[in-house]
Write a protein that binds this ligand. Structure first.
Ligand code: FUC
Length: 769
């Protein structure tokens, strides 16, 4: 569980993107370059964004003046002409292209660089730079001038800081200068006193106040503060640096400002510095392991004794090495989620928490038409539910600005909406690009809040968090849905399959998302006793077009009319939503639709950007084709993965890491159809293996051991009472079910096994004889 390299990352943009190693505690992230004479830790804090309130004409993406009749006119044109160009929808409902959208929307910012230089240090031998994801620790070590130098780095959520320790195997050998550099787009006051470097100021864009502090503590030797704000150490045995950063951002509509960060940042650094390196390390490892060690996956891999970039480059040559890389890549997705999404901060953005630029790709924002959703695909399944807390809070926080957007842009009186991308300042309105029109994003996001309930069955969470969001989303759609004059069905209008094709009525993905929204809302309303709203949802479901059609070439139609082009290879394959994360299409329950989905996926080819390949792993797993899912995973490793194992679109975009980890999970365990499906899509490449700690809907934790492609033992830990239904090829033969050392009564029917646990103790299902 280690990524390692025999050289530093070059101190360039490309070096950052492809080779630096990420650490993070959710709120903060840093990347380690590991240069011998000069170390660079580029660092981030989630709330440092340009744009938003503070930019004079910030308007949340809403129209600057009412456009009476605009929506009705677009709708009428689509009904009359069948389809219109997305450019025309943009011209009528979007932002004019001369709007300075980027200035107002803003972008996620690099906070700065912690630079450490080591004067007089010569050439290094035995160099190694590593990231140990089994403990959340980065390390650089080498020998220079007969001395072994070691640098250790971690970002701890337990203490809210980033920690560096520099040591040597001989006393008095650490001599270094430390400074913090920040990008040009802000004011700055830089000071150093008592080993504490402090940089503070405000972003030029929006006046957002920021502050970062680093405490340099030396053991032995001498330490001096410099007038230029750097701190130098000479002849120390070791040096510890703790770094914190913050802004006066608060996720609080409409001003999005809170307290000045000075006190918070000072307290974090003061208290961390008092704890010292070993105390911080112990706290970090405890906190990290509490999440990371909840699950494990073994595929029988054998990692070659070679740097990770070489292992990646050699992928596809040796099956045992391939499996080792796949195990590592899977676990890395979990590592990255823990590092970039923890309670108390914002969700993981397009780059998680890591960005080195003032103008990052796609603003390093929250794209709501697949990307942020994909970030959280693996949260529940891989037993990291807590990491999704910031995501649910963020979605919840979009409601307030989203109500204004729904009212001002569409005349919808109840409910909220957001479109295809948002920032940290409640941008729920339009955009100056044809991709923007995607008011279904709120419905998709709501589905994820409800899916989390399915894993936990936590009614308090459902009542307090998920249901209010879902219901208000459904309220928007109650008003926004239109009756299609062609067949009297309720449809989204306008409706576009994300980023491809014309604007129409009732594109498949829109309808599939809305089918899921109203199905979930009906179920949730039933559980919570909101019978009036359950009835409303039922009523909509009775009239809603479900978005499922098989077209002239056997394909699953992407639009309501049969206009799919069999030669289209666009990376978005949104009409597969019903396969994943939706549940309308499955080989066992709707075989004809599942075949049609395969026809469409084959036509689109296996090519695509990083996240596109990652999503396709999930699709093929849900279509129960493990070999094809594995082929997509292999394609992703070969063509969409950087030497530091970050996913690349290109450029670096983290969603593909999370999507791939989710895809592996879907190959091993599925539970979206109310049954715990064991090894539903196991590829031939993984004949033997072991997994523990996976989570299934219904609050069950699952472990599986398999040999020669067949499960030999299934382990289930139920969190609740009630019947458990397991689907597995193992059940072809007789099985025994044990709990507390004695057998549990069960029934089998074909590949399905049913039983009621006596209590919460572990259950073992084994083949008889
Ligand atoms: C959508 C996708 C792109 C990219 C961007 C962040 O626009 O179509 O591929 O993922 O989001």
């Amino acid at each position: 569980m280690v990524l390692w390299y025999d050289e530093p990352a070059p101190d360039t943009n490309e070096g950052w993107e492809t080779r630096s190693l990420p650490i993070g505690n959710g709120a903060m992230g840093a990347t380690v370059f590991g240069g011998v004479q000069a170390e660079r830790l580029q660092f981030n804090e989630k709330t440092l964004w340009t744009g938003g309130p503070g930019v004079s004409d910030y308007n949340f993406g809403n129209w600057s003046a009412p456009r009476p009749g605009a929506l009705a006119a677009v709708r009428q044109r689509i009904i009359t002409e069948g389809q219109v160009r997305p450019e025309d929808v943009l011209a009528t409902l979007g932002l004019p292209s001369d709007t300075p959208r980027h200035r107002r929307f803003g972008a996620y910012q690099s906070f700065g660089d912690l630079r450490m230089t080591f004067p007089g240090q010569g050439a290094a031998a035995e160099y190694r730079r590593e990231l140990d994801i089994s403990r959340g620790l980065a390390k650089v070590s080498y020998v220079a001038g007969g001395v072994r130098y070691t640098r250790e780095y971690f970002a701890t959520a337990a203490d809210g800081v980033i920690v560096a320790r520099l040591s040597a195997d001989r006393p008095g050998k650490i001599t270094m200068d430390t400074r913090i550099q920040v990008p040009a787009n802000r004011t700055r006051a830089v000071t150093a006193a008592d080993g504490r470097i402090s940089v503070k100021g405000a972003l030029a864009s929006n006046g957002l106040r920021y502050e970062t502090q680093a405490q340099v503590s030396s053991q032995g030797g001498t330490r001096a503060d410099r007038a230029d704000g750097s701190v130098s150490v000479a002849g120390a045995n070791s040096v510890t640096v703790v770094l914190a950063a913050g802004t006066d951002y608060a996720n609080d509509y409409p001003a999005y400002r809170g307290d000045d960060p000075h006190q918070r940042v000072s307290q974090l650094v003061d208290s961390a510095a008092r704890k010292g390196f070993l105390g911080l390390l112990a706290g970090h490892v405890r906190d990290y392991l509490a999440l990371f060690s909840r699950m494990s996956l073994g595929l029988g891999g054998r990692m070659p004794n070679a740097p990770t970039d070489d292992v990646l480059a050699g992928y596809g040559k040796d099956p045992a090495a391939d499996r080792a890389l796949e195990e590592l890549f899977f676990a890395y997705g979990r590592y990255l989620l823990i590092a970039s999404s923890r309670p108390g901060s914002l969700p993981a953005n397009l780059q998680g928490v890591w960005n080195n630029l003032e103008a990052p790709p796609w603003q390093s924002d929250y794209h709501l038409n697949i990307n942020v959703q994909m970030n959280y695909f693996p949260a529940d399944t891989t037993n990291l539910a807590e990491t999704a807390g910031p995501f649910y809070d963020y979605v919840d926080s979009l409601r307030e600005p989203g109500r204004v957007t729904a009212r001002e842009m569409y005349g919808v009186q109840q409910g909220w909406t957001a479109h295809h991308a948002s920032n940290i300042y409640g941008w729920t309105g339009a955009w100056d690009h044809t991709a923007y029109f995607f008011p279904e994003s709120g419905a998709w996001l709501s589905e994820q809040l409800y899916d989390h309930y399915r894993f936990t069955l936590d009614k308090q969470y459902l009542a307090a968090k998920a249901y209010p969001v879902m219901k208000e989303t459904a309220q928007f759609w109650l008003e926004f849905l239109q009756t299609d004059p062609r067949d009297g069905k309720l449809v989204a209008l306008p409706s576009r399959s994300p980023e491809i094709g014309p604007s129409t009525a009732g594109a498949s993905m829109s309808q599939q998302i809305l089918w899921l929204l109203f199905t979930d809302v009906r179920e949730a309303a039933g559980i919570l006793g909101d019978t009036a709203f359950a009835a409303k949802a039922s009523d909509v479901l009775g009239k809603l077009d479900p978005g499922l059609r098989i077209g002239s070439w056997g394909q699953l139609q992407e639009w309501k009319t049969d206009i799919d082009n069999p030669n289209e290879t666009h990376r978005h394959v949104s009409h597969m939503f019903a396969v994943h994360p939706g549940k309308q299409i499955s080989p066992r329950r709707t075989p004809a639709l599942a075949e049609a989905a395969k026809v469409s996926l084959n036509a689109r080819t296996d090519a695509g950007t990083g996240w596109s390949k990652a999503w396709k792993i999930n699709f093929w797993a849900r279509l129960l084709d493990g070999d094809r899912a594995h082929k997509l995973l292999a394609d992703q490793l070969k063509t969409s993965t950087l030497p530091n194992l970050w996913d690349t679109h290109p450029p670096f975009q983290i969603d593909g890491n999370f999507g791939a980890t989710s895809g592996v999970t879907e190959m091993l365990l599925q539970s979206h159809l109310g049954v715990i499906d064991i090894l539903p899509a196991l590829p031939a490449a993984w004949p033997d293996g072991n997994v523990d700690g996976l989570r299934a809907r219904g609050d069950v934790t699952v472990g599986i051991t398999w040999r020669a492609g067949k499960p030999t033992e299934i382990r289930l830990t139920p969190g609740q009472g009630g019947e458990i239904v397991v689907h597995s090829g193992m059940l072809g033969s007789q099985v025994r079910v044990y709990q507390d050392g004695t057998q549990l009564r069960h029934t089998t029917d074909g590949d399905e096994l049913r039983f009621i646990p006596r209590n919460g103790a572990d259950i073992r299902v084994v083949a008889e004889g």
